[in-house]
Ligand binder design. Structure first.
Ligand SMILES: C[S@@+](CC[C@H](N)C(=O)[O-])C[C@H]1O[C@@H](n2cnc3c(N)ncnc32)[C@H](O)[C@@H]1O
Length: 261
């Protein structure tokens, strides 16, 4: 199965009432979880000041149940497989131990532990907005016995990357992060990313791709057109392209690679 190339799927507007009704008829088992999410959405809209605070609260609630589920893996097997897929892809694209990696939205190190294992000591830097998921990341590190690799794990409240050194990272990676972000957050990241990238570095991120109307579902899942993100990158002097070889993999999101001029 290739997750991203189905044209019907790419035109679906999950925020449209007709889609919601059809989905509800097809999947009555999803009514209760959806109503719970709807209730949480109303509560968080009233109690959080911006999207980062909103999504941090979502992660807090989800990570309390299961950190692996909070990053999108329903089973331990899927957690391992999704990390392996990200890792294998970057190794195929030339990731070597002397690379210096920044992982944005590192979660509980689903792929991160493999990167840390592969990279030289101190060459991995993960950031996330969720304290709870970073605690779970520490647990993953300990379980995998990777303490000696001295990875950095940092809590952030925005993607201005202000505390990171200029020109340092050779690979920047954000898997399944922008799929949870409004355009303003992606814009903020793209406007600051070039500063921390070394000459010749690249920044890979995945996104929920639509070829129809851009939309979001309950402020948790955002769907963008490829040209929107390519143009946004261009507006910050970056070059962006869709990674066609990622489309062949069994994953529902697409991937864009950004490079500096
Ligand atoms: C679906 S999980 C994916 C985690 C990891 N990249 C992986 O593949 O396992 C999304 C992660 O991104 C983090 N996140 C969401 N919005 C973020 C933002 N604006 N800045 C940094 N991290 C963010 C969440 O807290 C969560 O840990």
């Amino acid at each position: 199965m290739t997750g991203t190339t189905d044209p019907a799927r790419m035109r679906t507007n999950r925020a449209a009432l007709t889609h919601k009704i059809r989905y509800a008829v097809r999947r009555p088992d999803r009514w209760v979880p959806h109503l719970r999410r709807l209730g949480r959405d109303w509560k968080l809209r009233l109690t959080t000041r911006d999207h980062v605070a909103y999504y941090r609260a979502v992660m807090k609630a989800d990570a309390a149940k299961s950190p692996s589920r909070a990053v999108g893996s329903a089973t331990p097997e899927r957690w391992l497989a999704l990390g392996q897929m990200q890792f294998d892809y970057l190794v195929r694209h030339g990731l070597t131990p002397d690379d210096r990696m920044l992982e944005i939205g590192c979660g509980n190190l689903r792929a991160g532990w493999r990167f840390i294992d592969h990279l030289d000591t101190g060459h991995y830097h993960g950031i996330d907005i969720s304290p709870e998921i970073l605690i779970a990341a520490g647990d993953t590190l300990a379980e995998r016995g990777l303490q000696e690799k001295l990875p950095h794990l940092g809590l952030v409240r925005d993607l201005r990357l202000a505390s990171l050194p200029a020109g340092h990272f050779t690979v920047v990676h954000a898997h399944s992060v922008f799929s949870h972000c409004p355009l303003a957050v992606i814009d903020e990241c793209l406007s600051h990313i070039a500063r921390v990238m070394a000459p010749g570095a690249f920044f890979d991120f995945t996104f929920n791709r639509t070829e129809g109307k851009q939309h979001h579902v309950l402020r948790e899942d955002f769907y963008y057109r490829t040209d929107t993100l390519v143009e946004l990158a261009r507006s910050h002097g970056l070059t962006a392209r869709l990674m066609e070889d990622w489309e062949q993999l069994p994953h529902k999101q697409s991937k864009i690679r950004v490079t500096t001029a």
